[in-house]
Ligand binder design. Structure first.
Ligand code: FAD
Length: 415
């Protein structure tokens, strides 16, 4: 009999899963049995989302007891089950390979990150879904499909928000390993940051700007360079900060990756170390993506209304993501500026702040992060993603009984 556990809540506790329980199959046969014997199923991975995208009104399934093989070969790595980036990265590094980028934390699963378009930063770096070369997906009838770049489902399923079935394996593109040196700097003026976004976000492999939209003491440029120290920030007046840094109102204590010394890509690209609690923990996150070409105007629009959400905000992080061709990607066919908000863990406060931000960003056709809190109605999201209706059609074709539909998908796509 398949083991179970309570469905619990998201990592930060802001959403309690409605699903009756989480089923824990131990192998492929048990997984197929679970999927084919329930009316509605969703996968719960490492739970680092901030909404009900992973929830189900029937049961959840977790791959945590399933095998976690990692096979490295040529310019690919294939991972099975609930493998996290923390588990994957050292294995490919040992083979002299690397991923093109990582998110701010390595604790999350490869399949969950790909499903939501999780991203790091870099004008030339696509999100993590853009490194997907193939997926193995178990459908509602217990059949496995290998969906590679030639498969009709690919541009939908590679960033599929769980709509196609259970992803049992992911193949990612790798590149030769590289070294990164990072440093975080205070002292760069807001005017310099917004005045030359091309320079600020384009001078290192990955650049994040942290701000609380007004207090210059909270403005921080965190640059990660693959060509030595990112000293260009000092030309803009930046001064390296000490060991434990403030990310806006979040004080990091011994949980960030080493700054000022070179190291393998996976030990520097995430802000937070795999062996420590990332970020604040007691928080909610939101994020919106606007065309990078409109960065300056979009930042001015948010700054104008920032006093209204000041009390709820812990910190904003600004990053960039290169365009891709995935139909639900926030970077679909456009390079984007990602405007992120880490909020106090107060759902009512956050829900009252979001509509104002979404209205301010509406002229820029903003798209939300699928895994974070937003209040934009489905129609508006669909308008901002020109292939979203094709996504919906192909997902319904792949899952005609709607086993993997959940209230989140129904809100966005209807039905
Ligand atoms: C501290 C912190 C920092 C973060 N930093 C970043 C960041 O830098 N960049 C960024 O973009 N996001 C970031 N996020 C958001 C988060 O990491 C992503 O949204 C990611 O999706 C979480 O992955 P997960 O494994 O926890 O997935 P879950 O929350 O468990 O699931 C996410 C979605 O993927 C689906 N899914 C997961 N596994 C499978 C599978 N095997 N088959 C089918 N569907 C599946 C789920 O059903 C759900 O719809 C951060 C979150 C936290 C808490």
């Amino acid at each position: 009999m398949t083991a179970t556990r309570p469905s619990g809540s998201t990592w930060s506790g802001n959403h309690r899963y409605r699903a009756a329980e989480v089923l824990l199959p131990a192998d492929a046969d048990e997984l197929a049995e679970v999927v084919t014997s329930h009316a509605r199923v969703r996968v719960q991975a490492t739970r680092h989302t901030f909404n009900d995208v992973a929830d189900s009104d029937d049961v959840l399934v977790s791959l945590e007891r399933m095998p976690t093989r990692i096979d490295v070969g040529g310019d690919r790595v294939r991972v099975e089950g609930l493998v996290t980036f923390a588990q994957l990265a050292p294995v490919i590094e040992a083979e002299g390979r690397a991923l093109h980028n990582l998110g701010s934390l390595p604790h999350i699963s490869v399949a969950g990150a790909a499903a939501t378009g999780t991203h790091g930063s870099g004008l030339r770096n696509g999100n993590l879904s853009s490194a997907v070369e193939a997926l193995e997906i178990l459908d509602a009838d217990g059949r496995t499909h290998r969906v590679d770049r030639d498969h009709a489902w690919f541009p939908a399923a590679a960033l599929g928000i769980g709509a196609f079935g259970v992803v049992t394996a992911v193949e990612l593109r790798t590149e030769p390993t590289y070294t990164v040196t990072q440093q975080a700097y205070t002292g760069v003026s807001w005017d310099d940051i917004v005045g030359d976004c091309d320079r600020v976000f384009g001078s290192s492999r990955s650049v994040s700007v942290f701000t609380t939209w007004g207090d210059p003491a909270h403005d921080l440029v965190w640059a990660k360079s693959d060509t030595g120290e990112p000293t260009w920030v000092e030309e803009l007046g930046g001064r390296p900060v000490g060991d434990d840094i403030h990310l806006g109102r979040i004080r990091t204590v011994d949980n960030t990756t080493p700054r000022g010394t070179p190291g393998p890509w996976h030990t520097r690209l995430p802000h937070f170390r795999a062996d420590a609690l990332p970020s604040d923990g007691d928080e909610i996150q939101s994020e919106y993506f606007v065309p990078f070409a409109s960065a300056r105007e979009a930042l001015a629009a948010v700054r104008a209304i920032a006093p209204g959400f000041h009390d709820q905000l812990l910190v904003t992080e600004l990053r960039t993501v290169a365009a891709d061709g995935l139909w639900l990607s926030p970077a679909f066919e456009r390079d984007v500026l990602a405007i992120h908000f880490t909020w106090r863990n107060d759902t009512d406060g956050v829900l009252s702040a979001l509509p104002g931000i979404e209205a301010a960003l509406a002229p820029f056709d903003a798209r939300p992060h699928w895994g974070k809190a937003f209040t934009m109605p489905g129609e508006r999201i669909l308008e901002s993603l020109p292939r979203a209706n094709e996504f919906d059609a192909i997902a319904r074709e792949a899952d005609p009984r709607g086993v993997f539909r959940n209230p989140f998908l129904q809100r966005v796509f209807g039905g």
